[in-house]
Design a protein around this ligand. Structure first.
Ligand code: AMP
Length: 309
């Protein structure tokens, strides 16, 4: 078994889309990453995060039933769980954050479980950069791969700390707008180059319904998103993508660029399920057969023969 250590928020979300509105439901970057990575064989995963004692036991039971180790998930007595609310525009590709309440995240000191200090892959999901840094520092063995996901919120309020983490990771996954904000470059090719100069060898740029790109110094590869008839709620798609990417790398133990190409296809494949229902619902009830059938659709979508005369 290979080990995947996941860091990120475990949260309450309130979401509004053109199709409807939810009250506080289960969300959080680490939640989506964990549910996504649970689809791979040969991987043990653990979440490092923090919740308040307002967090329902049934959510914990659901994550534990997916064999996710929760010993690094701290519960603060009397504390309130991180809360995020967002509203999607009609195109479903862009959204406004209505509210972010850090709550228990404000004073969180992460503790990596003893058994995961030698994890093969570390997936630093969206959360305060200093927490992400604190996790890297606790590793007793250099991981095969450290992947970082982040968002504009942290660029706006903790850019210096974010750059410190970026300098220490192998892969960064980031969406197109955030890549532009971080690099100051509009062209994504130039943006990837500038971000790579900050530290990561590989830069993955997520473009929502337009797929994802992976760059290293010499190469670039693109995976489309599956064209779906209906997108119900895109929340968590980026984290689900990151969970698919890191889960696949952990399950194979192969950190070559060729394997990363496959990893972004797995990430896109899993993200295509996430958006079909509100919140985590679709990811909670996903069969191996559904996942493999859709991978075949991806293959059919992208493979073609071409003859050059
Ligand atoms: P995504 O749609 O992939 O960007 O992820 C949405 C998830 O990220 C939601 O479930 C939120 O709880 C979580 N989230 C939103 N804002 C933040 C933030 N500033 N830091 C960490 N997690 C966040």
């Amino acid at each position: 078994m290979n080990k995947l250590l996941i860091v990120g928020t475990v949260a309450f979300d309130a979401i509004e889309t053109p199709f409807g509105k939810t009250d506080k439901i289960l969300g959080g970057a680490a939640t989506y990453i964990g549910l996504s990575a649970a689809n791979f064989k040969n991987v043990d995963s653990a979440i490092v995060s923090v919740i308040g004692d307002d967090f329902p036991q049934e959510y914990l039971d659901m994550l534990a039933a997916k064999s996710i180790d929760l010993s690094g998930l701290e519960t603060v007595k009397g504390g309130k769980t991180f809360f995020w609310s967002g509203k999607y525009h009609n195109d479903m590709n862009t959204r406004d954050t209505l509210e972010t309440q850090l709550n228990v995240l404000e004073n969180f000191n992460p503790i990596v479980p003893e058994g995961y200090k030698d994890a093969d892959v570390v997936m630093l999901g969206n959360l305060h950069p200093l927490v992400q840094l604190g996790v890297i520092e606790q590793m007793t063995k250099k991981p095969k791969l450290v992947v970082l996901d982040t968002m504009n919120f942290w660029m706006d309020c903790a850019l210096k700390e974010l750059k410190q983490v970026i300098a220490k990771v192998d892969v960064i996954t980031i969406n197109d707008e955030e890549a532009r904000q971080l690099s100051g470059e509009y062209s994504l090719v130039k943006a990837a180059r500038v971000i790579s100069e900050m530290g990561p060898k590989y830069v993955v740029i997520k473009k929502g319904e337009h797929g994802a790109l992976i760059f290293d110094k010499e190469n670039v590869f693109f995976a489309p998103a599956l064209p779906l008839e209906e997108v119900f709620d895109p929340t968590g798609a980026g984290d689900t993508f990151a969970g698919g990417f890191s889960g696949f790398i952990a399950s194979t133990g192969d950190v070559s660029f060729d394997n990363m190409k496959k990893a972004i296809v797995h990430g896109s494949n899993l993200a295509s399920f996430c958006v079909e229902k509100f919140g985590t619902e679709r990811m909670e009830n996903l069969s191996r057969e559904e996942v493999s059938n859709r991978l075949l659709q991806f293959k059919a979508l992208t493979q073609f023969e071409i003859e050059l005369n």
